[in-house]
Design a protein around this ligand. Structure first.
Ligand code: FAD
Length: 623
């Protein structure tokens, strides 16, 4: 009996606990309801659910699964055995034979898996404490070769204030580096006004827009915090806890598909900035990195200029010990500049396509059937419906250039924004590209998502585009074409899904769109090369099987979605995060090809920050 009791200790995780919609208190309730306790009791084979003390259980994740005939809330829960026993010692008599079962019950052996740790700020503070006991002081070698005189703090420039740059700055500043955060765009307050001027008066500021400015590309976005890099992982949870520290709601830790919305991101970023400034970080907005100062094969500083368009402004040369490049994937001028220094860069596969928009009501009814009434513009019991579809299209396309041969492509929906709107993400007035955003309530009448097809070097070759930046030129080609098809002034070319499938000439009467700068009915099926259009068509037909009603006259395709992820990878050493060709240069985040979304970019920034702090001799341990 004693052995059995020893087996039941620590923290256990129970997965896939399903509670029906009628029994569940609803999407906003994240505690342990009676209905959930009943499901827990079933898994534990415990006879009386009401005897289980709710305080022994913490909801780790709550998702809504509409795929089943009867949609359900699905939970993952942590069970703390000590709390279970202190409240009700008799429970042990019933559940002492608990066995880990794959996918249903797991014993958490690593304390970090239980999520019982703090945010990034406390993590670095802890590391610093350990440093002190291990005797790491400001007298270390730098990059393994240069001896640092360290009469001063090491100076680091972090270029770009997107998630990767912000998190890298936070780590470095916490470790005591002298950080300057260089951002070509404007702080969120002024950026909001610039975006307003774009949406209302068609005035595009080339350095302050939906892609550039404080918080990076994800600020005026849906703020989805889902990631493919392991949502329960230590690094992801640390990033989410840090966002909570700066004002995100605590429920992002629990919701299966957490999202913030633009309205929550803006104040959060202001708090983040204020904290960095209190740490001593110098934040320079409206300041664009134009060039690197290189001596030997070592970066020794940067050349920057005022990006507000002041003609009299001259470029400024600033010395730094290390430069973190966190510029995102729309900084095409920066890629070009890096290439001019022969920085190691290679082409990277990405995806291009169109953004489809449906009435949100239609998506609700496709996904939820009768339950659709429960949605009530985000206020109801179940979340506003979303979708995620993917298909693999293979085959030879008659019209494809010979160089493409037979091509297998992934086609998928991407960055779906329920209750959102289509927005302009161009950074140059001669190009047109779009994306989606939403506010936290997700209460607009529309649902939009990118429908994209993977492209690779074969596609670039087919257009005679070569070299590391071939993918960038490929994007540009179709962004320019879209601008022409729209007729200028940021008007977006559109076509109904049914007309796109049938290659029909545009009709005058098109469904309304959430896009604010106007849409024009065009032959979007002629925009991409036929093999890409064909792949998109195949995939739409496959998506219809999964989501009956997806093909509809009220579904409108918008062109073009080209900046799904970076078309380039800037090569770096996997341990030190330093460029493989230029010492002192640290490429991070999405633009460097190591992330694809807000959370993964932030995580990359964290790891890069720790690695650089180590190289600078500010830190000795691991993460
Ligand atoms: P970025 O966020 O792109 O930041 C780069 C920063 O560098 C920018 O602020 C830019 O102004 C600055 N910069 C560039 N060049 C220079 C230079 N030469 N000098 C100085 N500064 C420079 N992801 C999600 O996970 N969820 C979503 O819901 C989501 N929605 C999105 C909606 C939209 C409209 C867009 C555009 C993107 C969305 N994304 C979303 C993608 C997400 O925003 C990016 O993956 C993420 O921001 C990448 O972070 P990053 O730090 O690598 O780069």
């Amino acid at each position: 009996e004693i052995d059995e009791r020893n087996k039941l200790e620590g923290v256990w995780r129970l997965f896939k606990l399903e509670v029906s919609v009628d029994k569940d208190p609803g999407k906003d309730f994240l505690g342990v309801s009676d209905a959930l306790l009943e499901e827990i009791a079933k898994v534990l084979k415990f006879p009386v659910a009401s005897m289980l003390p709710p305080e022994a259980f913490t909801v780790l994740r709550k998702s809504f699964d509409a795929r089943k005939k009867e949609p359900k809330f699905v939970y993952a829960v942590n069970m703390d055995v000590s709390k279970l026993l202190s409240s009700e010692p008799r429970t042990l008599d019933f559940i002492s034979d608990l066995e880990p079962k794959t996918g249903l019950i797991e014993h958490l052996t690593d304390q970090r898996d239980s999520g019982d740790f703090g945010d990034l700020i406390s993590l670095v503070k802890n590391c610093k404490k350990n440093n002190e006991t291990e005797g790491v002081g400001p007298r270390n070698h730098y990059g393994g070769s240069l001896v640092y005189p360290y009469a001063r703090k090491p100076k680091v420039a972090v270029v770009g204030s997107g998630p990767s740059g912000l998190f890298a700055s936070l780590v470095l500043a916490e470790f005591g580096a002298d950080v300057s955060l260089i951002e070509r765009g404007q702080p969120v307050e002024r950026r909001g006004r610039d975006i307003g001027a774009l949406v209302v008066r068609r005035m595009l500021q080339e350095d302050s827009n939906f892609c550039f400015g404080e918080g990076g590309a994800g600020t005026w976005s849906d703020g989805k915090l889902v990631t493919r890099i392991g949502k329960n992982s230590y690094s992801v949870t640390t990033v989410l806890k840090t966002l909570i520290h700066f004002g995100a709601p605590k429920n992002i830790l629990v919701h299966g598909k957490p999202h913030l919305g633009t309205d929550r991101l803006v104040p959060l970023l202001r708090n983040f900035r204020q904290y960095l400034q209190e740490l001593g970080v110098i934040v320079k907005f409206g300041t664009r990195l134009d060039d690197l100062l290189v001596e030997g094969a070592h970066v020794v500083g940067i050349s920057v200029s005022d990006s507000i368009g002041n003609l009299e402004s001259t470029s400024l040369k600033l010395g730094f010990d290390a430069v973190v490049i966190a510029v995102g994937h729309s900084a095409r001028d920066t890629y070009q500049m890096l290439l001019s220094h022969n920085v190691d860069m290679v082409q990277k596969d990405f995806a291009v396509g169109l953004r489809v928009e449906h009435p949100q009501e239609l998506i609700n009814s496709i996904q939820y059937s009768e339950l659709a009434n429960e949605v009530q513009s985000g206020k109801g019991k179940v979340p506003v419906a979303d979708y995620k579809v993917a298909a693999y299209v293979s085959g030879e396309y008659e019209d494809a250039p010979l160089s493409l041969g037979s091509t297998n492509r992934s086609c998928y929906s991407f960055c779906m924004c329920p209750g959102g709107q289509v927005v302009l993400t161009s950074t140059d007035p001669s190009e047109l590209c779009i994306n989606g955003m939403s506010f936290s309530r997700r209460s607009s009448r529309w649902a939009n998502a990118a429908l994209v097809v993977s492209v690779s070097s074969k596609d670039f070759d087919a257009l005679n585009l070569h070299g590391p930046l071939a993918g960038v030129e490929f994007q540009r080609e179709f962004e320019r074409k879209a601008a022409i098809m729209g007729g200028g002034n940021f008007v977006v070319p559109v076509q109904t899904v049914t007309d796109f499938l049938n290659s029909k000439l545009p009709v005058k009467c098109i469904p309304s769109s959430s896009y604010r700068l106007g849409v024009k009915a065009t032959s979007l099926h002629e925009l991409y090369p036929p093999h890409i259009t064909e792949a998109l068509r195949h995939s739409i037909l496959m998506f219809e099987k999964e989501l009956p009603g997806f093909i509809s006259n009220s579904a409108l395709l918008h062109g073009v979605e080209t900046r799904t992820s970076s078309p380039v990878r800037i090569l770096r050493n996997s341990d030190t995060y330093e460029s493989t060709s230029l010492k002192g240069l640290y490429p991070v985040g999405e633009g460097a090809g190591y992330a694809g979304g807000i959370v993964s970019a932030a995580v990359d920034g964290v790891y890069a920050g720790f690695s650089l702090a180590k190289s600078l001799g500010l830190y000795r341990g691991g993460i």
